[in-house]
Design a protein around this ligand. Structure first.
Ligand code: PLP
Length: 410
């Protein structure tokens, strides 16, 4: 019998009808942020096959620059093709085995997701909570480590849902004293905030591509200490539960030539995205990572200094707890975040975010990350925000204050 080529469903495409043009925006949320023109241009090459030597060379470049940005000599440093959450999941599933205990120091939605990942993988998850605007003291973390004897402590360096910056220097020593690994979510902080992976004795770290790094979303940048590497190897030899295929760090280590073994295929990377990551790293290297940290801090401080005049305040009360690069800011009384966000987009082509987790319906989230961490961008944004707030006041005077509710379930 001849197969009929008659379709069950009609082709939706009519020339000129399915047509969609994305807007050009200034993206000042907590990430993604704008990618520079050179990062965007880097993606315009044809994809490379996993067997291509130029692809290997590109990975070598990425790895070298990533070690510098992380301030580490870890051989096991690589990029995985997954978003920030996926990178966190790779850390969870490679460092711990089902039945083992991990402590997750939750500071907002991201840590809560890490705890969720651990439970899905049948880990025993101890989920710590901290008050809004506060960070963990090393004393309370050490108490929890002593009490629960976890294989690893997971902690978020910069939490974009609550706007806090967790200090990490010295925490590695505390963890190691109790045979516990230290794993850090640096999805937003990579390239934005000082992070010394070796000096601070961090055993696993995950950075995202779309925040401090300034590339599009979809890649996560991982590094594991020799101690973590030993743990992962030991686990493999003891033949316990393997991590999911896609997140298998030992296989990915061979894709990235971490141990000088023949290069292996594990899955096909979207090389245009790797090229974007490579370019973003190169821009950080060109400027000097410490200068990028400083530029980010200065831009953030400049914006914070303008909050008063805008009738706003920082959601995080203590200045020392505030995350550089992302400001969670409380709008003036009676001003609707929904109207302000809509006005910023429609009138100024600026995209910022509403609150989630700790800041849900309490603050808006504004990012000055990567190339947006500049005083000119801050000045431009502050003016636009003032206009949007005034617009909102007038709108509310005429129409009443709308009932703000979250637009996106998380
Ligand atoms: C954005 C973010 C994530 C999640 O990253 P995705 O790329 O959306 O998966 C995780 N942790 C932190 C701290 C983040 O800011």
């Amino acid at each position: 019998m001849v197969m009929s080529l008659e379709l069950d469903y009609p082709n939706p495409h009519k020339k000129g009808e399915i047509f969609f043009k994305l807007p050009v925006l200034r993206i000042l949320g907590p990430g993604p942020c704008n990618a520079s023109m050179s990062v965007l241009s880097a993606m315009l090459y044809q994809p490379l096959a996993p067997s291509n030597k130029d692809y290997w060379k590109m990975n070598e470049d990425i790895q070298k620059m990533l070690r510098y940005v992380y301030q580490t000599e870890n051989p096991l440093t690589l990029v995985t093709q997954t978003s920030g959450n996926g990178g966190n999941e790779a850390m969870v599933t490679n460092l711990a085995d089902p039945g083992e205990t991990i402590v997750v120091a939750v500071a907002g939605v991201w840590g809560a997701k890490v705890a969720d990942m651990g439970r899905r993988y049948n880990l025993k998850v101890i989920e710590l909570r901290v008050e809004d605007g506060e960070v963990y003291t090393f004393k309370e973390l050490e108490e929890q480590i002593i009490k629960h004897k976890p294989v690893a402590l997971f902690i978020t360096q910069g939490d974009t849902s609550g706007g806090t910056l967790q200090p990490l220097e010295g925490l590695g020593d505390i963890c190691h004293k109790h045979n516990c690994l230290l794993a850090v979510d640096a999805v937003v902080t990579i390239g934005a905030v000082p992070l010394f992976v070796d000096r601070w004795k961090i055993d696993a770290v995950c950075g995202g591509s779309q925040k401090g790094l300034g590339a599009p979303a979809g890649m996560s940048l991982l590094s594991f200490s020799p101690l973590a590497q030993f743990f992962i190897l030991k686990k493999m030899l003891e033949k316990k539960h393997p991590p999911p295929y896609i997140f298998d760090i030992l296989s990915l280590a061979d894709v990235w030539n971490c141990f000088g073994k023949p290069i292996k295929y594990h899955y096909t990377y979207g090389t245009p995205m790797l090229a974007a990551v490579r370019q973003a790293l190169e821009e950080i290297c060109e400027e000097g990572v410490e200068n990028v940290w400083e530029r980010t801090r200065l831009a953030t401080d400049l914006f914070i200094s303008k909050l008063d005049k805008l009738g706003m305040k920082h959601f995080v009360e203590k200045p020392e707890n505030r995350l550089p690069g992302v400001v969670c800011a409380v709008l003036p009384e009676g001003v609707s975040w929904r109207i302000v966000l809509e006005r910023l987009i429609e009138q100024h082509s600026i995209d910022i975010s509403f609150g989630i987790g700790p800041t849900a319906n309490k603050a808006v989230r504004i990012g000055f990350l990567a190339q947006n961490a500049k005083s000119t961008v801050v000045e431009f944004f502050a003016e636009a925000l003032e206009e949007a707030i005034n617009y909102c006041r007038e709108y509310c005077r005429v129409n009443g204050v709308p009932d703000d509710e979250s637009l996106l379930a998380l």
